[in-house]
Design a protein around this ligand. Sequence first.
Ligand code: ZN
Length: 420
Amino acid sequence: MRSVSALLCLLLLLQWSCAPKKPADRMTDEQLKAYAGELAQKYIIADGHIDLPSVLLEKKWVAVSGSADTLLHTGKGEFDYERAVKGGLDAPFMSIYIPAANQKLADQGKNLADSLINMVISIADQSPDQFALANTPAQVEANTKAGKISLPMGMENGAPVGNDIRNVKYFFDRGIRYITLSHGRDNQICDSSTDTTHTWNGLSPFGREVVSEMNRVGIMVDISHVDDSTFYQVMELSKAPAIASHSACKHFAPTVKRDMADEMIKKLGEKDGVVMINFYTAFLDSVVVNSNKRNKEKLTALLKEKNLKEEDSLAIPVIAQFKKEHPAATTDVEMVANHIDRVVKLAGINHVGIGSDYDGVDGAVPVGLEDVSTYPNLIYTLLKRGYTEEDVEKICYKNLWRVWNKTAEVAARLQAGSHD
Ligand SMILES: [Zn+2]
């Protein structure tokens, strides 16, 4: 008997010593940092949401030197080629963003979407050695091998679909691979989380057709921004898993309507989807939310006292001075890791990714995640918390790849006429 238990002990010891150790258990802090940098280059990094096209359309940077190739090193905003290369970014989803103000008139949204899509195509045309379009994970992989940054596209707001279901296929053909069903207001497709009208109590009848058509043509359904009622209806209706291209956990900022409640994160995971974590500080941390709210109230009172409105030209120096005296609160990379931990706890490691919202949040990004050169800091933070190389690979792109490929598979099946 004694020899049996000795053998068991030996087996247990062998198992323990052969088990892959977490990088954090075997590396110094410096080694871990270097390793994070290596992983950022080794694996594809996909980011679900970068607002560069709108910034370019407003010519905020192009005006600086008169050409879109300034994208290679603008040093402005949060994205340019040089910083993307440094951070290991390979597949930033370009946001074709349609503000709710552009959704009222027929064709206004569609025209804006077309302009933004043309803008992205022109970036790839003008800098073919640096950028390339990509409509599938395989195309991203081929571009990455060729040393190029891919520019897949997602449309933020389904308003450009208008009331013509054929526009879903139209935008697929133009390269759109996800549609965020709404932005900040209810639209013809569904209710938004930041509207109070409850126009449809979820999806509209036409919105249900849109989701089905997105499944049929192969466009991922993005539930960032939509109302909870819309979310749950999409979960029941969609034949392909959905994504949240740029969302955060309500647990850390309970008053942010657009963040996802725990039950929603669980549900999205059960349906094999992925939550891509937003870096906007005012979505991540209630300390920031409350500080912004207090500052806003103080500024409103100050302007009222001076008999000024926010849009008055005389208010500009007053607002600038106020902001100097009341700097916005911020948060840091650890908080982004907290959100990733939360999704992992609720839904598992296969259901979380990155959706920074860079260039879409007026510079309100966490300390340590200032721009696209900083993804290695996030990887380092995760490694420090005990995440493995395999976990990092999943977060950086594999989880999104699964949904993207699955969406294409479902579309192929539906187009082949199978109804299973
Ligand atoms: Zn957004």
